[in-house]
Write a protein that binds this ligand. Structure first.
Ligand SMILES: [Zn+2]
Length: 265
């Protein structure tokens, strides 16, 4: 009887599945500092060979897990489709890297429902390791009903396996608010790239270094409180700052200052 591909051991077939998915050869983080090339490697078609390999037969599909997929979206209509249609659930569970960059809200008065849709999509991706958000749409500071300042993290776990995060809010108010909304949820966060924390010209806060240091102190305290830990696991910080020393100082702050529960100081 001739020997077939399925006569190979499960371990060998899994190894073939590993090597046909180029995601496995990409580094974590895949992004580089601001002063280097900002091109992204996130490509929704990167795993087409793994998907084709799994569709060869039921035996291979059983042996090789669907994993290491990429997701890229810039439209609320796509986010809604992922949330509404259950057929995407297995695909979303297998996503390891996502680039979600949406430039505007569906409706400026509805920042809360857009934030809930965003966090719900993150919850559907429990194996997400890297998240890039070049554009963050939750920028409403003067609407009559809800504003960005009123958004809160959901109490259920999201981003539990995220190790790399790149966010770049353009608005200086959002640059102070959005990181505090997202980073405390990331239990295993090791690599962070963040846009410039610009001074608040309206309030004449002149020193961007102070602004950045204060922000990252708040981030560290919020992370430690949510995760009930005393140290963040952060290893690298790329801060969009004209001064490299600021990044170094802030990383030192995030590594070395001890978190104290409010009221215990
Ligand atoms: Zn804003």
């Amino acid at each position: 009887m001739p020997i077939t591909f399925l006569d190979l051991t499960d371990e060998i077939i899994q190894l073939v599945g590993h090597f046909v998915n180029p995601d496995n050869s990409l580094p974590i983080p895949s992004f580089t500092p601001h002063w280097e090339n900002c091109a992204t490697v996130i490509n929704p078609h990167i795993s087409k060979d793994l998907i084709a390999f799994r569709e060869t037969c039921t035996g291979i599909r059983t042996i090789c897990k669907l994993e290491g997929l990429h997701l890229e979206t810039g439209y609320w209509t796509e986010v809604q489709a992922y949330l509404i249609n259950d057929r995407w659930n297995n695909h979303l569970k297998a996503v390891s890297r996502a680039r979600i960059s949406i430039s505007s809200l569906k409706d400026e008065t509805d920042v809360v429902s857009c934030w809930m849709a965003f966090t719900s999509l993150l919850m559907k991706m429990p194996n997400l390791e890297e998240l890039i958000s070049d554009e963050v749409p939750f920028c409403v500071h003067s609407a009559a009903v809800w504003t960005t300042e009123e958004l809160r993290l959901p109490p259920w776990p999201i981003l539990n396996n995220l190790t790399s995060l790149s966010i770049h809010p353009i608005c200086h108010k959002c640059a102070s608010i959005i990181p505090l909304l997202i980073i405390p949820a990331a239990l295993k966060l090791q690599h962070l790239r963040h846009g410039v924390v610009k001074p608040d010209k309206d309030n004449m806060i002149a020193d961007s270094r102070d602004t950045s240091e204060d922000l990252f102190r708040h981030i560290k305290n919020a992370w430690c409180k949510r995760q009930s830990k005393s140290e963040m696991p952060l290893k690298t910080l790329h801060l969009g700052s004209p001064s490299r020393k600021v990044s170094f100082d802030i990383l030192y702050i995030m590594r070395s200052e001890t978190y104290v529960e409010p009221g215990h100081r």
